[in-house]
Design a protein around this ligand. Structure first.
Ligand code: URA
Length: 210
């Protein structure tokens, strides 16, 4: 059975405190560790940073109702990695094809910023996720924090492979390749660091890596 954080996971004091505040402010939200989305038999694992407050933290599905999901999910669909309508809620019927989506940290952090301790505390869940995917061929890291978290989860130093948008890393001791992309965050899109066309190119490349 896949090891997942419990609904009341208490590994990160700061995130537990934020969760308590959010439960009062937004009682209708999920307000707990967000489950991964997609099948464990997928060949591709997309790893984001952490749930957004009004997005994944509300819906309990990564990137769902987050701005970053408005870039991620249409791109996956465009290249045949998803079907159905992305309706920004968990029960929209939207399905991933050969892709699973998870996060380096499962609970929403204040100001979308996670600490090194929180990445370390959530690491066993990312490790369990990777270990539970027998067909895994590509890990797509969205952003440098995810890149570092994935490397550390696999037992490498963060600096063992340098993050760069579009970089493909053949890891020394592991079969799945690590592909880097800038995160699909509102900030990156608004500042032009990442465009939808640039992200489409990354998703299109996934097909050739399988
Ligand atoms: N951003 C992420 O990195 N992950 C989510 O689940 C939502 C937004």
């Amino acid at each position: 059975m896949l090891q997942c954080p419990s609904a009341d996971c208490a590994r990160c004091p700061r995130l537990v405190e934020f969760r308590a505040q959010n439960k009062t402010k937004f009682p209708q939200y999920h307000n707990g560790p967000v489950e991964s989305f997609g099948g464990l038999n997928a060949e591709i694992l997309v790893v984001g940073l952490a749930p957004g407050l009004n997005g994944a933290n509300q819906t309990n599905r990564p990137f769902t109702n987050d701005y970053a999901g408005d870039i991620l999910y249409p791109a996956l669909k465009k290249y045949g990695f998803a079907r159905g309508n992305y309706g920004k809620v968990k029960n929209d019927g939207f399905e991933l094809i050969n892709v699973r989506v998870s996060n380096a940290v499962r609970c929403v952090p204040p100001q979308n910023k996670v600490t090194a301790d929180e990445i370390a505390a959530c690491r066993p869940y990312l490790q369990a996720e990777i270990a539970a995917m027998p067909n895994l061929k590509v890990i797509l890291s969205l952003g440098s924090v995810s890149h570092g978290a994935v490397l550390q989860a696999l037992g490498y130093k963060k600096s063992a492979y340098k993050f760069a948008h579009g970089a493909k890393h053949q890891l020394e001791r592991h079969n799945p390749v690590l592909l880097d992309s800038y995160h699909t965050s509102r900030y990156n899109i608004n500042t032009g660091v990442l465009t939808a066309a640039m992200f489409d190119e990354i998703i299109a490349r996934l097909q050739n890596l399988l």
